[in-house]
Ligand binder design. Structure first.
Ligand code: SF4
Length: 245
């Protein structure tokens, strides 16, 4: 293939937000209900500047339903690492249809990067950080290039690395919004029930947190919900999120 066909590198642009602005917005929405905060931002100053990012994992339906209840046209980015469970892809399509999402953007790794750095497709087995960089982080970086802000579905209760999660963070010059930062499991379950949202088909089999096939295992009773991710490795995040929260 000619180089002209390569996926272009992300061009650096001026940051959309500063540390001070993120602190201000955290204070501004302190105590404001999740849906009110989302409505004010995505129909106001962040209209047309925001994407939701979803793995279509076990609890993804809550954030997507909240967003869709306000504006079904908000772009939703899904990174297909090409190591996903078939069940996740089917769930993605079911949920997108059910919620009426009109702008689902599926992004994949750069095939040149895969050929150069993961030709055997086994990089996950000896360098999971490098594998995540090629298959998740870089495709997401490209997908988010047109946006000033993005919505993440992280929750503070999800394991010891996320319990100090703020509602708003600065992420490579963008505003990263964690609308569910202070939601607990009971509240998520109640939201699923109230809105009759479908569950990820693997959840009932014991998968509490779902990523790529080689790096996801079942979680035992009493374990951290994310204990099944990269089991056996000193790794808790894929590189998309700051592991210090
Ligand atoms: S979760 Fe595993 S397979 Fe998926 S990108 Fe990361 S290391 Fe690779």
């Amino acid at each position: 293939m000619a180089d002209a066909l390569r996926i272009p590198d992300v061009i650096d642009v001026a940051p959309a937000f500063s540390v001070a602005e993120v602190a201000t917005i955290n204070a501004r929405f302190d105590g404001v209900a999740t849906v009110e905060m989302l409505r004010e931002l995505i129909t106001g100053e962040l209209a047309g500047r925001t994407a939701a990012v979803s793995s279509f994992g076990t609890e993804s339906a809550v954030l997507l339903h909240l967003v869709a209840s306000i504006d079904k046209t908000v772009p939703v980015v899904f990174v297909n690492t090409q190591k996903m469970f078939g069940e996740t892809l089917a769930y993605r399509d079911e949920l997108a249809e059910r919620l009426g999402l009109t702008d689902l953007r599926v992004r994949r790794p750069d095939p040149y990067e895969l050929a150069a750095r993961d030709a055997t497709s086994l990089r996950w087995s000896f360098d999971p950080d490098g594998c995540c960089e090629i298959r998740k982080v870089e495709p997401l970086r490209r997908a988010l290039a047109p946006f000033d802000a993005w919505l993440s579905g992280r929750k503070g209760f999800q394991g010891k690395t996320r319990n100090r999660l703020p509602r708003f963070e600065l992420d490579e010059g963008r505003l990263k919004i964690n609308p569910l930062a202070d939601w607990d499991k009971a509240r998520l379950d109640a939201y699923f029930a109230e809105h009759d949202l479908p569950r990820h088909p693997l959840e009932r089999q014991g998968f509490a947190s779902i990523g790529c096939v080689p790096c996801t295992s079942k979680v035992l009773a009493g374990e951290d919900p994310r204990a099944g991710r990269w089991r056996g490795w000193d790794k808790t995040e894929c590189g998309i999120h700051d592991p210090s929260f």
